[in-house]
Design a protein around this ligand. Structure first.
Ligand SMILES: CCCC/C=C/CC(=O)SCCNC(=O)CCNC(=O)[C@H](O)C(C)(C)COP(=O)(O)OP(=O)(O)OC[C@H]1O[C@@H](n2cnc3c(N)ncnc32)[C@H](O)[C@@H]1OP(=O)(O)O
Length: 400
């Protein structure tokens, strides 16, 4: 089984740009996914799986590169199991994107991968079938994401973190899906892109179970991979070309707070709090916050947050310039979305060019800071301080 005929373009956020250049030659086929069923793909839903593989070739509409990558990864997982090939080189963009997508599935069982593949194709078929009908300009949920709900309406693409039972803690898969979603949003018709959380939390930050899934190369390899993931993830925010808005519906922790310094608007419910307990976790700042926070709120207040882990209320975060505006929780959604819908009607090009003027001169510096923060964290994650903090969380001794 092979993915064939792919070609790449040069890129900064290389993983995602590689996805962009996955080819789609004919509107009636998915030639990048010329799949042959492997004999290893046995099991309860084998027939459904084979049928789904065939249906992919008959899709009327290009499902988009992120979905194609997802299909590729699920197919490989279903037929060969966990990613077992060496990681392609840094500049082998296409193969690295494919490898990353497959590797992100970790130890997902083959049967689950088969089922997920079947479900994904079924979703694609129904959206492909219905897209040939006349449709109102309706809210369209994007297929191909397990941890996010992505919709586009009124020229706004909304990326909603969707693990409410886990307080929207960010798993490895979620980081990858967010990067894919940002890449797609940078190219879609929307004017602005919005992040928010489903449920009572905006996000509880990095999912601490990310530290428990240790690869064969041991914890050093885990730390190295995590540092690369972190750097790539934050790079996508630094480079994002359209106005980026955070609709902070509830408490925010860790990396979900630090990257707010890279957003263009931050609207918060008065229920939201902002907490970066890095020292408590034996960790250090990321998301460029070691630079953006002192710049936004002054060094004294930044130190209180980033070194001493002071949790800010929404009102305090507003007073310190991290938040643009705070709304009462009871009217938060209504007020914010009314505002954003009005903003989204402003001339798109003017807004995007203004963002470039405001942000571009700092991009190089931000990338360097991101690389340095990620490098330092790679070491921190191997420290006793950090490992003990993670173990404390799982033994329920510690809570923020
Ligand atoms: C690769 C890139 C790395 C980037 C690094 C970033 C650094 C950071 O983001 S540091 C911040 C890490 N986050 C935390 O330390 C938060 C840990 N969570 C908590 O302290 C608490 O869960 C909470 C204060 C957020 C909420 O407490 P509450 O009592 O309301 O709810 P819980 O019962 O604790 O949570 C429900 C459910 O969700 C699980 N969960 C919540 N947050 C996380 C998390 N960050 N990682 C893993 N799991 C989390 C929690 O365990 C519960 O699960 P169960 O229902 O299965 O017990």
């Amino acid at each position: 089984m092979a993915l064939v005929g792919v070609s790449g373009r040069r890129a900064g956020c290389y993983c995602l740009r590689a996805v962009r250049s996955l080819p789609f030659c004919s509107p009636l086929q998915v030639p990048a996914l010329q799949l042959h069923i492997s004999k290893t793909a046995m099991g309860a839903c084998q027939k459904d799986f084979e049928s789904a593989v065939n249906q992919v070739k008959l899709l009327k509409k290009d499902p988009g590169n992120e979905v194609k990558l997802k299909l590729y990864a699920l197919y490989k997982q279903a037929t060969e199991g966990a990613c077992n090939t060496p990681k392609p080189g840094l500049f082998d963009l296409i193969n690295k994107a494919k490898w990353d997508a497959w590797n992100a599935l970790g130890n997902l069982p083959k049967e689950t991968a088969r089922q997920n593949y079947v479900d994904l194709v079924s979703g694609l078929r129904s959206s492909s079938d219905s897209s040939s009908q006349v449709k109102p300009e309706a809210d369209k949920k994007r297929a191909g994401y397990d941890t996010l709900v992505i919709t586009s309406e009124d020229c706004i693409t909304k990326i909603m973190l969707n693990r409410p039972a886990k307080k929207n803690a960010l798993t490895t898969q979620m980081y990858r899906e967010i990067m894919l979603a940002l890449e797609a949003a940078s190219k879609d018709d929307s004017t602005i892109t919005v992040f928010t959380g489903n449920g009572d939390y905006y996000s509880s930050g990095n999912d601490l179970t990310n530290f428990t899934d240790i690869p064969p190369g041991g914890i050093e390899e885990k730390a190295k991979n995590s540092a690369i993931l972190l750097r790539d993830f934050v790079d996508c925010f630094i480079d994002f070309p359209k106005p980026l808005v955070a609709v902070v519906n509830g408490p925010a922790v860790g990396i979900s707070v630090t990257i707010l310094g890279l957003f263009d608007l931050v609207y918060a419910s008065d229920r939201a709090t902002f907490h970066t307990p890095f020292s408590h976790l034996g960790q250090t700042p990321e998301g460029c916050s070691s630079y953006t926070f002192p710049k936004i709120m002054g060094p004294a207040k930044a130190v209180e947050m980033l070194i001493f882990g002071k949790k800010l209320t929404a009102g305090e975060a507003y007073a310190q310039g991290l938040v643009t505006e705070v709304f009462p929780d009871s009217t938060f959604q209504k007020e914010v979305w009314t505002r954003l819908k009005a903003y989204s009607k402003l001339p798109q090009n003017a807004m995007h060019i203004s963002k470039q003027i405001i942000r571009n001169h700092e991009k190089e510096k931000l990338h360097a800071i991101n690389a340095e923060e990620s490098r330092i964290l790679q070491e921190r994650w191997l420290s006793d301080e950090c490992m003990n903090a993670v173990m404390d969380f799982f033994s329920r001794k510690a809570k923020l």
